[in-house]
Design a protein around this ligand. Structure first.
Ligand code: ATP
Ligand code: MG
Length: 869
């Protein structure tokens, strides 16, 4: 069965059990402070488990893109080395939100595997949770008894907390789980070792394919467990592993999910898969990593030097390094796989095809720049080796290469061993640990449990219509971090405060108690669908009713910038073309920033055109048309720009100004008139194929123009109120350069004249052409004169004293033949006579200078030189 059909069968099976099929959510998490990437199928549904969002569909099924490269689930180092862990993989899931529980989950999993996919029962094993005394948790006999109906009891194995108690993170929903494993070894091997002994033992052909999680607890901050209000089912089946089983192969890389990529790599690099372990690992690493990187970029996470972007950059670099070392690839090549990937996965994940050009460009650029780094690093490593005494290279030096140049440590170790050197690894590890500790200490955050004051299923946001409402606090908690100290997060029953999201910053404002006490809200954020108001303190009486008031001025400025962002997006597509897609956005009270795909610099003419396009729509006074809670399909029919990779609920909000129609949860002006004016303040590159525009609007634009106006007035007045200041400045500049030229000519003439009169005063003393004199010019000019005279006159003994800008200098020039014949030394002369001008100097025997701070001594020095003859 082809992988496409395997996925389809899964979804259709659960659809036949009344599940709603939903598309994969974006793998990149933009508004979740606890996680960078979706690392399990349950992540997009977290808020349902936490009871923080109203459940619309109680049964859902999907295939979710997951990435396990950081945090609690990190498989990166295994990937490519083994044959069944990937960075990016698809997790097939069926979900019950407070609907069915263990019984159905187990029955349907069994039915699907054995009756639909027709997997031989004799290769299956299941595990159940054995219980854990320290947690006070009993063995999951319920699941055990249910499994007994389907599978022989010697195939039901007990598992400990590590394998059979699933937790999302340090806190949050969790529960016992039951895993399904396959044993796809040959009959011969099975005869040698029973499969039951190999379950959960990291055997590449005895692997877990499906995990059924029975979500029923919540892990609190103090580590204790409490029951969740509802019981849920969360299952996750590794799609690539399932394909391995159903396609009768022994490795995920031999399924049609990977073979097209591997074949492409073989033909591009001329190697063959399956001949050498080193090359095979490289091929697996690259074919795996390109998927992760390509989908991350398509989902909006570009490689960068910090945070989630850095994680993506490191994955790509790992692939480049394997290509560099084991496939001898010294030029960018991985980007070429994007074509195959799009061909193969585009049907189910259209984002990869829609973003193909951008993805390719970004990967190619990253490859080229890392290959340059590798080249530089090799050079630096050579220096390090040269400076190394003995045969062991310092781990600290290797860390420096790793930290500042991104030079991978395993490559360093490899090159060293090829050259007969070793690396002090413990030194390296210590340096790395030290750095990690530093950044951990800076980022550490302690979160107390929520204090629940009032049960509430969903906090209603009323901030589109109101900036003030009466509210009650439903829960709060204290959060302590090094960075911000102690802060409180407050949740209300309803709120006018807009939480940071969709690029727009969170509202600030205040809470007013009935007795007039005021508590400032310094920011508003959203986590798992809870709107959290951030304050430095708690109100005195938390159970009071409060007036919640948004800072209206600040909000109005953000509104301007958010609506202007939509108009800018429209303008970019009109002026530059419809390839323009939003790649990032920031909206606050001061300015807006918009990143978009485009492959060349935006020219000044295009900037003008874009500004005019937006300003024309501001002048048109377009009314805001807001469509709140309309079905996604309807919004798309109305012409809303559908963004891939965005996670939308069943209904969406569409914002329209004239022909600009976008799905958006942000706050906006009622009429574009309010924006007043739109001015682009910057344009530049963010990455290959991604440009950034910054712009200002409204009052900020007005202040900008006023400031410019003031400056212009000042410029004009200093130009004696010239009618055309630009013309006046250009003519001043012309005049200035003409004057400069004139001065240069004059100076040259002067030097010529000086030289002429100097020549005339040369005395011949015993065959030596002697001149000691005062010339008040700068040292450079005197040096030139001395050398010129020396070239024209034989046997020259020249000495000059000069005063220039209050300082004294002495210059001594003696023809080289005199130095040799008579033993004269210009250096000695200026050193000794330098004392007279309270200074010092030196140089060579035939030319030397001294500088000092006493011009009074010059005439004595000029006189005394004679004594050296
Ligand atoms: P394993 O022990 O094999 O690493 P796990 O216990 O980490 O698996 P779960 O967190 O239960 O796995 O995830 C559910 C399913 O997702 C697994 O049964 C497996 O089929 C699949 N899966 C997990 N991690 C990966 C990965 N890195 N690559 C591919 N599939 C994976
Ligand atoms: Mg794992």
């Amino acid at each position: 069965m082809k992988s496409q059909d395997i996925r389809k069968k899964f979804l259709e099976f659960f659809e036949s059990k009344q599940h709603k099929i939903v598309p994969s959510a974006s793998m990149v998490l933009k508004d979740d402070p606890t996680l960078m990437f979706v690392n399990a199928g349950m992540v997009p549904f977290k808020e349902y488990f936490l009871g923080q969002r109203k459940i619309v569909n109680t049964r859902v099924t999907d295939s979710q893109k997951c990435l396990r490269v950081s945090g609690k689930h990190n498989d990166l180092e295994e990937v490519g080395i083994d044959t069944y862990h990937h960075t990016l993989f698809e997790m097939l899931g069926n979900w019950s939100f407070g609907d069915y529980f263990k019984q159905e989950a187990i029955a349907w999993a069994w039915e699907l595997l054995t009756e639909v996919y027709k997997i031989d029962k004799d290769i299956l094993y299941v595990t159940i949770f054995e219980g854990d005394e320290s947690e006070g948790l009993a063995k999951d006999t319920e699941a055990y008894d249910m499994w007994k109906d389907y599978i022989a009891e010697d195939r039901i194995l007990l598992g400990n907390k590590k394998d059979n108690f699933w937790e999302m993170g340090a806190q949050g929903p969790c529960g016992p789980c039951s895993e399904i494993h396959v044993d796809i070894r040959s009959a011969e091997e099975k005869a040698k070792t029973p499969g039951a002994d190999l379950v959960n033992m990291d055997h590449p052909q005895v692997v877990e394919i499906w995990n059924l999680v029975f979500m029923q607890f919540n892990r609190k901050a103090d580590g204790s467990l409490e029951n969740l209000p509802n019981q849920h089912i969360d299952t996750g089946m590794g799609f690539e592993r399932l394909c391995m089983v159903l396609q009768g192969v022994q490795s995920n890389y031999d399924t049609d999910v990977f073979t097209p990529l591997i074949h492409e790599l073989e033909s591009k690099t001329g190697v063959v898969y399956g001949k050498s372990e080193e090359i095979d690992i490289a091929l697996r690493v690259i074919s795996d990593h390109v998927r992760a990187v390509a989908f991350a970029i398509a989902d909006g996470q570009l490689p960068s030097s910090t945070g989630a972007g850095y994680v993506i950059r490191r994955i790509l670099r790992r692939a480049i390094r394997y290509g560099f070392t084991f496939l001898n690839q010294k030029e960018a090549f991985i980007y070429q796989l994007v074509e195959v990937l799009s061909h193969q996965m585009g049907a189910y994940f259209p984002e990869i095809t829609a973003q193909k050009r951008l993805v390719k460009n970004v990967i190619k650029e990253e490859e080229a720049s890392f290959l340059r780094t590798l080249g530089q690093g090799l050079g630096l490593l050579d220096n390090v080796i040269e400076a190394t005494k003995g045969k062991e290279v310092s781990g600290e030096k290797a860390f420096e290469l790793y930290d500042t140049f991104g030079f991978p440590i395993d490559l360093t170790a490899l090159i060293l061993s090829e050259k007969g050197y070793s690396l002090n690894e413990s030194e390296f590890d210590a340096a790395l640990q030290k750095q990690k500790n530093r950044s951990r200490a800076a980022a550490e955050m302690d979160m107390d449990d929520w204090v629940i004051l009032k049960e509430d299923d969903e906090e209603e946001f009323v901030g589109y219509d109101y900036l003030e409402t009466q509210v009650k606090i439903t829960r709060y908690r204290k959060v302590t971090s090094k960075k911000d100290g102690e802060l409180y997060q407050l949740v209300f029953n309803l709120t006018p405060f807009y939480p940071e999201g969709g690029g727009q910053v969170g509202d600030r404002g205040f809470l007013e108690a009935s007795n007039g006490d005021v508590l400032h809200i310094i920011d508003t954020k959203k986590e798992n669908n809870l709107i959290m108001h951030i304050a430095k303190d708690l109100p005195k009486h938390v159970t009071d009713s409060f007036k919640a008031v948004v800072d209206a001025k600040n909000r109005a400025l953000s509104n301007n910038n958010h609506s202007a962002t939509h108009l800018l997006h429209q303008a970019l597509r009109a002026v530059l073309g419809t390839h323009v897609e939003q790649k990032g956005s920031l909206v606050n009270a001061k300015y807006l920033r918009f990143d978009f795909s485009h492959f060349s610099k935006v020219t000044p003419e295009q900037i003008d055109e874009i500004e005019e396009f937006v300003n024309a729509r501001i002048r048109e006074k377009l009314e805001l048309q807001e469509f709140r809670n309309i079905p996604m399909q309807q919004a798309i029919e109305k012409g809303a720009m559908a963004l891939f990779g965005e996670k939308y609920g069943d209904t969406v909000r569409m914002i329209q100004f004239g022909n600009s129609k976008e799905l958006c949860g942000g706050t906006h002006v009622d009429n574009t008139d309010a924006i007043w004016y739109f001015k682009i303040s910057g344009e530049g590159a963010v990455a290959a194929g991604v440009r950034r525009i910054e712009a200002i609007t409204g009052k900020v634009a007005m202040d900008f123009f006023l400031k410019q106006d003031k400056e212009l007035v000042a410029v004009k007045s200093s130009l004696k109120n010239a009618k055309d200041p630009v013309k006046a400045i250009v003519s001043l500049q012309d005049e200035n350069s003409a004057l400069k030229k004139e001065i240069e000519t004059l100076l040259k003439e002067k030097a010529k004249n000086v030289k002429g009169s100097l020549k005339a005063s040369i005395q011949n003393i015993d065959g030596i052409n002697f001149l000691s004199t005062r010339i008040d010019m700068n040292a450079g000019a005197i040096k030139d004169i001395a050398h010129e005279l020396g070239g024209e006159i034989d046997n020259l003994f020249f000495f000059a004293g000069a005063e220039n800008e209050g300082k004294a200098t002495l210059t001594s020039y003696i023809a080289k033949n005199l130095v040799e014949e008579k033993g004269y030394d210009a250096g000695k002369i200026v050193r000794e006579l330098g004392r007279l001008i309270q200074g010092g100097g030196g140089g060579q025997k035939f030319f030397a200078t001294a500088g000092g701070k006493n011009p009074e001594g010059l005439s004595e020095a000029i006189e005394k030189v004679k004594e050296y003859l």
